[in-house]
Design a protein around this ligand. Structure first.
Ligand SMILES: [Zn+2]
Ligand SMILES: [Zn+2]
Length: 192
């Protein structure tokens, strides 16, 4: 049963405003209360100086130890570029099922690809990535529907084409797992 999501900044952390927008978007899509915690979690212990990246799984394991009320999922948001040993990078990682998830903004930013900053695109990608990882915490696996937010995406171009919402089948499973039923989700159309 998912009753709420706590969003926590993880060092090196993005601005609070980014999390506030994300929190509002998640609350609307998930139908549970979402709020940004004031404390910041120091994730620098997981930084690998050779790779110049942060070890996602180590960070997630530490995040998962944070005390949390029953039914609350913890979503860490960081500017650190995340990796797992077998992959060049990951956009995020989650316990499946579990209560902790982690998302990186590093490769969601247009600047990473040498393009001018685009805040609305960043928010859209972040919302999709957060919904994806939170879906994993609720036991969802990767989906075959290319529009579904639970499809596996290893490039921002793939993130950009999918919806910021779950397909009917993933939504059914979420509801079965205790996430409140939502009225029909609108197709994604711009910021939030
Ligand atoms: Zn995934
Ligand atoms: Zn799906």
């Amino acid at each position: 049963m998912l009753r709420g999501v706590h969003l926590m900044r993880v060092t090196p952390a993005p601005a609070l405003g980014v999390l506030d927008l994300l929190s509002a978007g998640l609350a609307k899509r998930l139908g549970v209360s979402c709020h940004v915690t004031t404390e910041e979690f120091d994730g620098r212990f997981a930084f690998d100086p050779l790779r110049q990246q942060t070890y996602s799984t180590a960070l997630l394991a530490r995040l998962a130890q944070a005390p949390l009320p029953e039914g609350i999922a913890l979503l860490g948001i960081t500017d650190a570029d995340l990796y797992v040993p077998v992959l060049t990078f990951v956009f995020g990682e989650a316990q499946m099922p579990g209560r902790a998830a982690l998302v990186s903004l590093a490769r969601l930013r247009e600047e990473f690809y040498g393009l001018p900053p685009d805040l609305s695109r960043l928010e859209e990608r972040l919302l999709k990535e957060a919904l994806h990882e939170l879906g994993h915490t609720q036991g969802l696996r990767h989906c075959d529907d290319w529009r579904c937010v639970m499809v596996s995406s290893h490039a921002v171009s793939k993130l950009d084409v999918k919806d910021a919402g779950y397909c009917a089948s993933c939504r059914r499973q979420l509801t079965k797992n205790g996430v409140p039923e939502r009225r029909r989700e609108k197709r994604w159309g711009g910021l939030m």
